[in-house]
Design a protein around this ligand. Sequence first.
Ligand code: SF4
Ligand code: MG
Length: 336
Amino acid sequence: AEKLLEVRDLTTGFISEKGIVKATDRISITLNKGQTLCLVGESGSGKSVTSLAIMRLIDYAGGLLLEGNVNFKGEDLTKKSQEQMRSIRGNQIAMIFQDPMSALNPVFSVGEQIAESLRLHQNKSNEEAWNAAVELLRKVGIPAPEIRAKQYPHELSGGMCQRVVIAIALACNPELLIADEPTTALDVTVQAQILDLLRELQEDIGMSILLITHDMGVAAEMADRVAVMYAGAIVEEGTVEEIFANPSHPYTVGLLQSIPGFEGSRGEELYTIKGSIPGLGQLPGGCRFNPRCPHAMDICRQQEPPNFSVGSDHHAVCWLHEKNIREAHTGENGVK
Ligand code: SF4
Ligand code: MG
């Protein structure tokens, strides 16, 4: 498959009284054309910061891009000026967020907001833009789009508003859509409909999706590849099949056990990994997951584990994959 986005060693931080505190640490991910990569982890793991850094919006959020590269279609976005980035964000990369209401302007009809985007990116006249806006509303599954186009955001449900936001994103014909928890604020039925819509649109126009979610169930449905993030770092990465059939980091195992009804999940009771993500600048020594890990060994508190290859195109950052250490610990693969 052809690579669209290749992030290498992306390290970001924020300035605190104690100096620079890292928010993400050497993030590396690859997204192929027409595919979906899910970045999964609990809130506070650095998923959103990663996407803001890719889009170069982190500067506006008070953060710093400290190190690394973001190759998009062979060009390094970290070397672009903000003016060049504005054009890339408007024409090639679109972003949608959790709360559709905050992305929409309450004083303009939804049709006008889509039309405005079309005028900007596709040089259309007013009438052409309006007609295309109505077509986009139809495309994102809004019934009676001619009537809906004239309505204001507060007249539409949350799910309808997220469809409008997706329509605005499509107005720039993006090759890459970054979707940050796009269904988290919606009720379960509507969630499923929006995910279906994203999948259909992807097949239709061939865009790639970087989907950020805390929900392994969403990743199971949507992802070609999954990257699991914990406390600012990728701890496991692989194809969706590999991640679900052979989870190889104890954190991933914990996330899978928290899916209701998933094989290996602990009955009806929602299993949550005990403890919480350490705050920025409060990482433990050694493996960043060691205070919460049911398998933590001495070496885990002393030395950061390297990234082990654990299968075909599948990696995990965990000492249990060092053969000698694993055998001393359990005599077998102790991850499960
Ligand atoms: Fe757990 Fe050690 Fe693996 Fe970290 S390196 S996840 S503490 S077993
Ligand atoms: Mg977030």
